[in-house]
Design a protein around this ligand. Sequence first.
Ligand code: CA
Length: 670
Amino acid sequence: MTIHKTIFAAAALSASALAATPHANAQSAMDQGYNSLPSYDGQDLELLVDQNGTHFALWSPQAQDVRVNLYRDGRNYGSNYYVDMTKDEHGVWRGSSRKDLTGWFYTFSVLHDGKWLEETPGVWAKAVGINGKRAAIIDFAKTNPEGWEKDHGPELKSYTDAIIYEMHHRDFSVHPSSGIANKGKFLALTEKGTVNGSGIATGIDHLKELGVTHIHILPSFDYNSVDETNLPANTYNWGYDPVNYNAPEGSYSTNPSDPATRVREMKEMVKAAHDAGLGVIMDVVYNHTAVNDDSNFSLTAPGYYYRHRPDGSYSDASGCGNETASEREQMRNFIVNSVKYWAKEYHIDGFRFDLMAIHDIETMNRVARELHAINPNIIIYGEGWTAGDSPLPVAQRALKDHAYQMPGVAVFSDDIRDAVKGHYSREDDPGFATGKHGNEETVKIGIVGATAHPQVDYSKGNNSKKPYAKSASQVINYVSCHDDLCLTDKLYRSMPGSTEADRQRAARLAQTIVFTSQGTPFMFNGEEVFRSKKLVHNSYNRPDSINAIDWSLLDKNADQYKYYRNLIALRKAHPAFRMSDASEIARNLVFDNVKEPGVISYSLKNHANSDPAAEIKVIFNGNTKPVTVKVPKGKWTIVAEDGRIDPAGLGESRGGTLTVPATSALILTR
Ligand code: CA
């Protein structure tokens, strides 16, 4: 996600490796003290408006006094209006006004250790003014788009039926070639009929045409790094620096000063996606905050929400200066109630947890349980690793290796990612799809969705040494995301002397492996048009010139785009690629015994998962030369061959000894 993460995060250290690492495991005495504080799971925290007036309630069990400051404005002008608060049960301070304060802004001030702390909008601000400094009292009913009562996202039988497209609001729409008016805004996705310079669909129409089922939006809660008072500066950031977890980011709205506009436009974005048949997944970053002592957590209940080292300093498993403490009851309540809030108020269809292993297993299971009680179609997945060591014992961490303890949660497969395209940070390291031998068994771990399979030898896995998924629905397969080199750039670095045509061919093979594997496929925005990030790894704060997708590539790389569309269509046409149950995969997915290195061949048999085809034969040749393979004789339909793909068929084959051209997939059905 952010500055330091790429150094450690994607390494996905196994639990055993971490256990062998000396770390500051013991909880600090200070942290142990927090465990005895009362917690409160009520839904009325911080602000509640009813017929009797406006009610404030701040959880701050160690405060000596708390007051509410009221303002007419989101940033300027001081206040002459206060609401006094008194300590109630469960560590909660309460105060009320009989007035209707709609349209006002507020902050809390906490007296701690004899000192008044800086003002804070609290941790539960659902609407905020510019730069998120003050919370706002608005009428949420008035922020709902037309038809919101009937709005809902796509239904999902299994996570494996989802096809996830990871996008940043600016990357997607800010380039002049997008033809989109609301560049870099939530509203970009509400614009239908947009086209590039030669009339080819962009925006939401493009996503519909591509065929993905869910868009995963990079952090869209209120984050720190873009100054909302100076939007003409066009500052870019991924947004992994949280400020207000429960309010939308201002720079993506057309008017960050108006709290209701921020909320309404984000809802309009969700509604437009739903109307187009797409789900919306939010990237959530509960594992750390943008700042330490001045965060809303710290100014509300100093120390409580974070883990510390024995010397009292902030521990830092996020690589961003601090880490939160999900094992502590009020932090756990916060995470659970926050995602539930987004699911209910904004109709969000899924959550991607940044550095999920900083959180504990119990928290993630509660997240899954309570979200699925609201909406069983919600997808939950995360990075099953940390970016540094943590005081949280390894056994409690929501690590990739512990996925089997979290049946409702999926984890990113760094196995398939690094095996197919090469190591994520060693730029020149090639992978299976670019001619490297030795990664075959790790690619097979990806193909079976990291489930136990009798023909996969996990001891030969590059990253994981044992199956970690109970079902394939617990695995997100991918070869690139916002982190590190995008696929186009990775191929450029790892295929010296290659032509662009060679690299596009390798990209097709790499993504064909991902999109035919068991598990949920995930792709990075713009890869369907072979976008580049100009060889920049960690582009989190780089300008639009690096990050924006140039949609004239729809013309230049029209064939590449067509391949992606057909690849997605192929996956959708064949449920056999979308099994979830591990025993079904073990029974129906049969690898062929291939001696040639750099080649993988397997069949999906028995009309797997009610597939119309009795058998699908999938063969990948990662070598830079053609190979021959043996396929049972019979009447086959060719659906992928030599860098082309078409679910309706490219021709017929009688099987026997077949040639698979260099760097390509051969897929046959019967
Ligand atoms: Ca912000």
